[in-house]
Design a protein around this ligand. Structure first.
Ligand code: NAD
Ligand code: GLY
Length: 386
């Protein structure tokens, strides 16, 4: 099963190819994107981390060499704490050592961390060289590898340094998910659920129809393919309409406003990004119910889906609601002093607003806390008012 999605961005257009086993075909895939006006060079640096490189590095290198590329690698330490300018510098040093030219290519083989770092190095080395994304986590496949946001963290905040730089190709081999830790898989599902709520109702209902989602082995290969394909399509559609996030693209931040506040208040240690997004989606859902923009029935469906995906639904007891509300004002997305929220209208549709008062946020967070307490102590999903 091969799926090809086109991301149409004039001279920066590219394909997202998703096919089981395509890792062994990467060299040919890259070679096939050469055109008269777009040369991906002869020299490639594969950037990865030790865990992923051990699993897949050799296959990628063999495939690139078989297609005639000269291949070198740059292995960065694993983890979000290494998403820094120091890691970018290691890539620059490798590029310098192997005399990468402007037409040559960086291949990001990894999750969102490797993808974002490598993307930023590609955006800035020689004022911009080619980038190919080979995402290996579910989150990277459905979100970070597509759309051209690249960057690293500053000691004072996440993703504060960055650039837009579209890849020339995104090559997804769903088979690599077999080695992804289960918790990382579930974290990626949060972003999939996000697309279902903000853009693609059919995707939501496909997930709703599955008996269990919490582990890769519960998903039939066709459902996994559908999840990746529809998520990439949703992201591609949105990015095509608003590449630099002047308006519509902000929809992709659904669940991220309160999610980021929870991540930063727990020092990025307690929750994976996708887990915090799941809590943020539930909080935004409660705000939307309180604001009268969406129904309790749909809020219940979302809660049930997030639970089925094995994602957290409870805000930690030790987190003060007032601390969360205060942290919101420090969010990157604050504009003219107003916090921007993405609120659902119905499954498959959401809107952007900065008209949510701190009182409604406070009330919604308390409500979410009481719902999840009820749910934990009484399995009370069915007791929620319709
Ligand atoms: P990650 O890159 O840290 O990967 C998660 C863990 O899974 C890591 O330990 C990694 O080594 C491991 N891993 C990945 N693929 C594997 C595989 N196939 N087999 C075994 N282990 C594997 O985290 P992530 O969730 O992929 O990405 C999170 C990052 O993405 C954050 O830095 C976030 O800011 C960024 N992000 C960027 C965008 C964007 O648009 N650029 C969007 C969303 C998130
Ligand atoms: N992950 C949000 C975006 O790409 O815009």
């Amino acid at each position: 099963m091969t799926s090809i999605i086109h991301v149409n961005l004039a001279q920066d257009s590219y394909k997202i190819v998703s096919a089981a086993g395509c890792l062994d075909n990467l060299g040919a895939l890259i070679a096939s994107t050469h055109t008269q006006s777009r040369d991906l060079g002869r020299s490639v640096i594969v950037v990865s981390n030790p865990i992923i490189f051990r699993h897949y590095g050799l296959r990628v290198i063999n495939s690139l060499e078989a297609a005639g590329f000269t291949v070198n690698s740059c292995i960065l330490p694993a983890g979000e704490r290494h998403k820094t300018l120091a890691s970018v510098e290691k890539i620059y040093n490798t590029a310098l050592k192997h005399r990468l030219e402007r037409s040559d290519t960086l291949v990001a083989l990894g999750g969102g961390v490797i993808g974002d770092i490598t993307g930023f190095a590609a955006a800035t080395w020689l004022r911009g060289i080619n980038l190919v994304q080979v995402p290996t986590s579910l989150l990277a496949m459905v979100d970070s590898a597509v759309g051209g946001k690249t960057g690293v963290n500053h000691p004072q905040g996440k993703n504060l340094i960055g650039a837009f730089h579209q890849p020339r190709l995104v090559a997804i081999d769903p088979e690599v998910l077999s080695t992804l830790p289960a918790r990382e898989f579930r974290a990626g599902l949060a972003e999939v659920i996000k697309y279902g709520v903000i853009w693609d109702a059919a995707l939501f209902y496909h997930l709703e129809a599955a008996t269990n989602l919490s582990q890769l082995r519960f998903l039939r290969p066709e459902l996994l393919q559908l999840v990746i394909e529809r998520s990439c399509k949703a992201k591609a559609n949105i990015v095509e309409q608003d590449e630099k996030e002047s308006s519509l693209r902000a929809l992709l931040n659904y669940g991220h406003t309160i999610g980021h506040a929870i991540e930063s208040l727990t020092y990025y240690r307690q929750f994976k990004h996708g887990e915090a997004v799941a809590l943020g989606m539930l909080a935004a859902s409660e705000i939307a119910v309180a604001s009268g923009t969406w129904s309790r029935t749909e809020a219940k469906k979302l809660l049930a889906l997030i639970q089925k995906a094995g994602l957290p639904t409870a805000i930690p007891a030790e987190l003060d609601v007032s601390a969360i509300v205060k942290a919101l004002s420090l969010d990157k997305k604050v504009k003219n002093g107003k916090v921007r929220f993405i609120l659902p209208v119905k499954i498959g549709e959401a809107f952007i607003t900065d008209q949510v008062s701190p009182e409604i946020v406070t009330q919604a967070l308390h409500r979410l806390r009481s719902l999840t307490v009820e749910q934990n102590s009484l399995s009370a999903l069915d007791l929620l008012p319709a």
